[in-house]
Design a protein around this ligand. Structure first.
Ligand code: MEV
Length: 312
């Protein structure tokens, strides 16, 4: 057994198809390697301890907010047939939590990788996804599996429930600006809200979901043909539909309008909405700098850029 185990995981950005993916529609997501989570595990003689932003202390005393992680650690140790004793688990993250960037799946992926590493067991992709999916079901109601799949793959993917995941080559002459409103997204609530609307008005919501599906499939073509105008337009149309699903909010709306006024080709929520982050598509570095500045002035708490020429 290694004395030290290490597990890394990136965040994720949903380019197209959030929420629709919960209803079996396809979605496209990219790895977000500007923000990573690293879990380090050291073997000790003491009861298992955890050190993360929410809590430092014995795992068995961890608060409710860590229930998913606690369960994940216990289940993974069970899977590995190792006792739940004698590990010091430290989680470092520069991926902001609950911003639609996949932090809950990323933390789980990094923990499972570190546990397998410390016990020197080869981790199969299937086992990783299975262990993490279980933890995700504690965090979220009815998670689609998109987050765990893109984070485990570490590359751009087309994901659809009950279909084989498709790896995508993204090589587009464009820059994606990611801006954080600074307020927490609410995945459980947002998914519930769309579901309530769906039950109330199935025809209207189904129409929106179908249009989101078309926009996702169009995005595949835009990505292959380097059609940045087409992608920008589709992103903005997707945002209109997501707004009708009532999961945007004034902060997100302000950032989206600001990005468009500053020259972005399209802008939308990324992730569950009701807070969290938005993305804006820019044609070049100069425009992305102008858009970033405008977003900062409009209240963005954090900003990143992702060059779509080389998404790895
Ligand atoms: C996932 O980050 C965002 C949603 O599509 C929920 C899901 O896919 O489970 C809203």
């Amino acid at each position: 057994m290694n004395q030290v185990g290490k597990g890394l995981a990136s965040g994720k950005i949903i380019l197209m198809g959030e929420h629709a993916v919960v209803y079996g529609k396809p979605a496209i997501a990219l790895p977000f390697k500007q923000a990573m989570i690293e879990t380090n595990i050291i073997k000790t003689e003491n009861a298992t301890e955890i050190d993360c932003i929410y809590f430092q202390g014995k795992l068995e005393q961890a608060p409710l907010v860590l229930d998913g992680i606690k369960n994940l650690i216990v289940n993974t140790l069970k899977f590995l047939e190792r006792p739940n004793f004698g590990l010091s688990i430290t989680i470092h993250s520069n991926l902001p939590a609950q911003r639609g960037l996949g932090s809950s799946a990323a933390v789980s992926v990094s923990i499972v990788r570190a546990l397998f590493d410390v016990f020197e067991v080869t981790l199969q992709d299937f086992d990783l996804k299975d262990l993490v999916a279980h933890a995700e079901r504690i965090h979220h109601i009815n998670p689609s599996g998109l987050d765990v799949n893109v984070i485990a793959a570490g590359q751009a993917v087309l994901f659809q429930r009950d279909h084989a995941i498709q790896a995508l080559n993204v090589a587009m002459d464009a820059i994606l600006v990611v801006a954080d409103t600074g307020s927490m997204g609410k995945t459980r609530e947002a998914v519930k809200r769309v579901n309530t609307l769906f039950k109330k008005n199935p025809e209207r919501i189904s129409k929106g979901l179908e249009r989101l599906e078309t926009l996702t499939l169009d995005t595949l073509n835009f990505l292959s043909n380097n059609d940045i105008q087409g992608l920008g337009k589709s992103m903005s149309e997707a945002q209109q539909i997501l707004s009708q699903f009532d999961i945007s909010n004034p902060q997100l709306d302000t950032l989206i309008t600001t990005a468009l006024e500053a020259g972005a080709l399209g802008a939308k929520i990324t992730g569950s909405g009701m807070g969290g982050c938005m993305i804006a598509l820019c044609s070049d570095v100069e425009t992305s700098t102008t858009v970033s500045k405008a977003l900062r002035q409009a209240g963005a708490k954090d900003l990143w850029t992702l060059d779509l020429k080389d998404v790895k």
